[in-house]
Design a protein around this ligand. Sequence first.
Ligand SMILES: [Zn+2]
Length: 584
Amino acid sequence: MKEKFYITTAIDYVNAEPHIGHAFEKILTDTIARWHRLQGKEVFFLTGVDENAQKNVQAAEAAGLPTKKFINQNTQSFINLCKILNIGYDKFIRTTAKEHTEVVEEVIQKIIDNGDIYKGEYEGEYCVGCESFKTERDLIDGKCPEHNRIPEHRKESAYFFKLGKYQKKLIKFAENYITPKEKKNEITSRLKEPLNDLCISRAGAEWGIDFPGDKNFKVYVWVDALINYLSGAKERWPADVHVIGKGINWFHSVIWPALLMSAKIELPKKLLVHGYINLAGQKMSKSLGNVINPIILTEKYGADTVRYALLRCSVLEDSDFSEQILIERHNNELANKLGNLVSRTSALAEKYGTERTTNTLIKKLKLKEIEKYFEEFKTDKALNEIFAFIDICNEFIQSKKPWETHDKKILYQLVYSIKEIARLLFPFIPESAEKISQVFKSDKIKKAPILFEKIDIPKQNLNKSEEPKEIMEGVTTINFDDFEKIDLRVAEIQKVEEIPKADKLYKLILNDGEDGRTICAGIKEFYSSKELKGKKIIIVANLKPRKLRGIESKGMLLAASNKDHTKVSLISPDQDIEVGSIVG
Ligand SMILES: [Zn+2]
């Protein structure tokens, strides 16, 4: 019987389109899964989405869409992301699925039966972003550091789980469970302080899974979400490794094992806590707004380039990332190092052939180290080691000059080494590795097609004496031509109408030189209709119309908003100017 290996990513909220951090976690997990498949194991790779979270509901409301429809759209984007990046999952779980709901009910029922759930009252500060109550120590300047926002005060009657009962067992369990050590220490040091019982129900919510035996409550979304690892795997449980970001370490290191301990279910074996991908030094997150869309990036550069550029980021530490970094890694490493080695060797082997000999070159490959890194989930280190060997091969070809000597034995050593490189690179860049394997498979080697075209950094259409600055501070810049496509105009708000049931949106009727343009704008919390009427503002006039709450909205208005979206200010011309005036 084959050895089993069960690996998971975290499941993602679908309150927004996927960002590069989601892509990183999925690529990392996929790489580990592919490695274990290469070892002959029967791998099960689970990923998916958390559809029951309250913030999905809020995001749907802000977008003016029914929750189900909004969630379906965004879930599809996460599936598309996996597809375009060649994420070879075995199952994609959605927490609104019946098969999941049933397992959640079963597990909670077991915990109730074991006497670990009781009813009480909860009062505290709740971060909607995290979907959890926050204690004083979780907050920085009164704000949730993950979401940069002030939590809401909430008081409600609730069901509690006796988390505190498992404190000692959890400390012991953490020891061999959490990787890396620093992340384990964070948990064990927090576990030295008294552990409060956990509120595991939510009152008055319409969205989510009913609390077993009490329909006035929904199951706390984190309890629901964590159980996906069980419901998605069925008899394949327990997991060999959960791959997660550091922001949700506590949930996976304390709450999850405690629930399992109480329900008397086997515990997962390892938790890999990876670092964040930073843009311009700040954590990448949709709610903070600085996003490189990974789907667009992959459409532009291809799956293997995006995979490679992200897999070169540190697994355990935070890493900086930008389109510029991606281009550099593609050009300098994939094209110049790997691509050149493959192309030169295949061309020479086609011309002069190969002859079997003792391979001294391959002995320089540190295979044992690479295997060790994989076992420790340090895929970045494994990749560095493989590329160190690619450098050695390039130096070998440079010093042996087979184009002069026509030495078939030298070429044999190179061909054999490249085959091994392709095998080792398969978990990282599967498509390209497969192509390389194909080239060197037969005895009659033919010159390889170009694997990695160099990416030209596009020249900007600005002042020619200026250095082209494609990327500033990790933010992708656009061409002047792209900017010119945006039709910005001065418009006057003529009428402000309420939209039934919408607490954020106004329907605005504008004059932009012509009467009667309709725009729906989410500014109701920030402006009264009186303040808006007669105001001159700037609009994007050529945006594709879209329907919000059944109203066709044509364009959008320009407004500044602070980071946590508690302040919004409309942009207005500071002197009187005719409506319809062009802005630019
Ligand atoms: Zn938060």
